[in-house]
Design a protein around this ligand. Structure first.
Ligand code: PMP
Length: 412
């Protein structure tokens, strides 16, 4: 199918809104994405026609719900090129997925004197679980620094990697800098040292083709809501050999084989990890999101975002007293741009932009160690997606200039 962001926008009913008397321009896609009619319809159809609890029932609705839930797992498997669907665990989102790895794999395999290696650009979701693991086990938490340009510093990586490194946990794409990290190369280097690689794919899976086997990631986490799917559903991919030796993190119904008075046994993969009634509608909605994104094409989405950034860049860099964080080369980024206007608080910038109907985010973006390295308390961030057009870019620039003008007068 030929790519037209203008046409795709029509699939997203929320985007036709007027906000503060202006047509909405939604540029907060790194926080969460909007949902196409196909996903909304899948959720409604599920509740109207198939709603029942999964796995336990023999009645028609229970079988229907189970079939649809497990079909969604297979869609995820094919989407990320996992070897088998039992390597796909449904979770609440990236945060839960990463916590599960730290808790289950981490606590069983990391001890005092070991090292965990992450980067300074991690989202708190891929930072605090490792901090907690380090505290609990007595392991050391080490950080890969950034280059001047704002890329992962491979010299720093080599300097920190050692025989003591047990886990390396990295973002595939930074939610602040938009940079794509060399996951495949890192996997090769750390596997030679016997460490496992945990990848936070929250900002990658929605925006580019991802093949977990080609990357050779041991674990890979992402969220449905950042890829036009529902909130409350996410994925933890893990290699079978690792998931098999791991203990579940949660216990209860749905995950057991046999419960005796004093001990119990677990179901096989993937169900041993999915205690309690899962987010059935969420998983089915995620399946519909995957169908939608696959029809558009992930390569086409990636190319579209790069083209938008190339269109945006000369306009943005022409604005005086505007600092852009991260690489200046748009080819090294996805559709995320983080910036500050000299002398203006990013919250004021985002509030003024909202008055123009442009939704951007301001804050520390759950990346405080990165903010410290950027010498900023907070920043403004615009993040683009498949339904954003060059007209959205024009409106963004226009609103940014109006904001600058407004405060310049206000300050005089
Ligand atoms: N990692 C990254 C890189 C993210 O951008 C986010 C979401 N902002 C998360 C992790 C956490 O995702 P969730 O809140 O969906 O668990």
């Amino acid at each position: 199918m030929s790519f037209s962001a203008e046409q795709l926008k029509n699939d997203f009913p929320i985007l036709t809104q007027i906000v503060n008397d202006e047509p909405l321009v939604y540029l907060d896609n790194a926080a969460t994405t909007q949902k196409p009619t196909a996903v909304l319809a899948a959720l409604e159809t599920y509740y109207r026609e198939a709603n029942a609890n999964v796995h336990r029932g023999v009645h028609t609705l229970a079988e229907r719900a189970t079939t649809q839930y497990e079909a969604a797992r297979e869609k995820v498997q094919h989407f990320i090129h996992a070897n088998e669907s039992s390597e796909v665990l449904f979770t609440r989102g990236t945060t839960t997925s990463l916590n599960w790895v730290a808790k289950s794999y981490g606590e069983a395999n990391v001890t005092s004197g070991d090292e965990i290696l992450i980067s300074v650009m991690e989202h708190h979701s891929n930072l605090i679980p490792w901090q907690q693991l380090a505290k609990k086990t007595g392991a050391a938490l080490k950080y890969i620094e950034l280059t001047e340009e704002g890329l992962l510093d491979m010299e720093s990586f080599h300097a920190q990697l050692s025989e003591k490194t047990k886990i390396v946990a990295l973002a595939h794409v930074s939610n602040v800098l938009g940079v794509i990290n060399p996951i495949q190369e890192i996997a090769r280097l750390i596997h030679a040292r016997g460490a496992v690689l945990v990848v936070d794919g929250a900002q990658a899976v929605p925006h580019m083709p991802v093949d977990v086997q080609e990357l050779d990631a041991d674990f890979y986490a992402f969220s449905g809501h950042k890829m036009v799917g529902p909130t409350g559903i996410g994925v933890l991919y893990g290699k079978r050999s690792l998931l098999e030796q791991m203990e579940p993190v949660e216990f209860g119904g749905e995950m057991i084989a046999m419960v005796n008075d004093q001990d119990s046994t677990w179901k096989e993969l993937p169900w041993k990890f999915e205690a309690g009634t899962p987010n059935i509608a969420g998983a089915i909605g995620l399946g519909a999101a995957i169908d939608y994104l696959s029809t558009v094409g992930l390569s086409a989405i990636h190319e579209h975002e790069k083209a938008l950034m190339a269109y945006l860049w000369p306009k943005l860099t022409a604005i005086p007293r505007l600092t852009i964080y991260g690489p200046k080369d748009t080819a090294k980024r996805t559709g995320i741009v983080t910036f500050n206007l000299d002398g203006l608080h990013p919250h004021d910038v985002a509030t003024a932009m909202d008055m123009e109907g442009v939704a951007i985010r301001a804050g520390h973006h759950c990346a405080q160690p990165l903010m410290r390295r950027l010498s900023a308390d907070s920043t403004a961030r615009a993040s683009f997606y498949l339904y954003n057009t060059t007209a959205d870019v024009d409106k963004f620039i226009e609103a940014l200039l109006a904001t600058k003008e407004f405060f310049a007068h206000g300050l005089n």
